[in-house]
Each structure stands twice: as C-alpha cells, then as structure tokens.
Design a protein. Sequence first.
Length: 143
Amino acid sequence: MTISELKAVCDGCKTVVGSDEGALWISHQAVREREAAVRSWQARNEAKTPPGQVPVHDYQELMDCPDAVRWAVHHNACAPAGFDSGYHVPVQQLRTWADLTAWTAHLMGKVWLSATDWPQLLESAARGSGTRITPVSPPQVSF
C-alpha cells in the first residue's frame, strides 16, 4: 500500500481527486498571456525611468503588475476549457512530500514557472492551508 501524505482537492466540485481521476494543471495560454502582460507592464514603467537609473515602482504600479497564473486541480470530469491543452501533473504523482519536492525540482527547469503561483501552492501545502494540494494530516512546520 502506498502512503498518501497529500491529497488533491478539485477546484470544480471541491471533493478529493483520486488516483487516475485528475490532475494539477496550468494553462499554457494563460502563462503566455501573463508573460506578455508583464513585458508590457515593465516597458510602461521603465519608460518613466531616467536613463542610467534603476526603476523604482510606486504602490499603484506594483498593484498594476499582472497576477501570477494559478495552478488548478480538477477531476477529468470537472475540467474546464483549456484543460486538455495545459501542462498536467497527475494527482497520483503528488501523494507524498517527496513527490511534491521532485515535481518542484522538475518544474524549476521550466522557464515559465515564475509566471505561476507555484510558491504559493507550496507554502499553502506546507502550512496545511491549501485548497489544491493539502496534507492528509495537519503539518508540523516551524517557519
């Protein structure tokens, strides 16, 4: 029997996704759109910076920065449009902390990872406050 330390919860129906029933996924299109929006945001703000100076952003400029693309979990049956063409991690490959660590190492090689909310997904899983990937038992963290 395999130990299940983590569970995946569907963003659609809010129930646990069993093995071979779904995936943690991200839309490639949403990532590309976010990257283009960030380039546009940077260009607008850098145009205001005098030559030779480092751009300094005020609060409103920072608030206008495009949000990271959210990783989602869905059952195959609950999947929204774009699910089939996204990047998928089958939930059966995310059942332990070691699985999550291995996928993090793998994803760190993807140039688009920084356009996503992967750090927030990891932190919410570690704290037990996640709604996508969450511990089966409350975690004991010291940070």
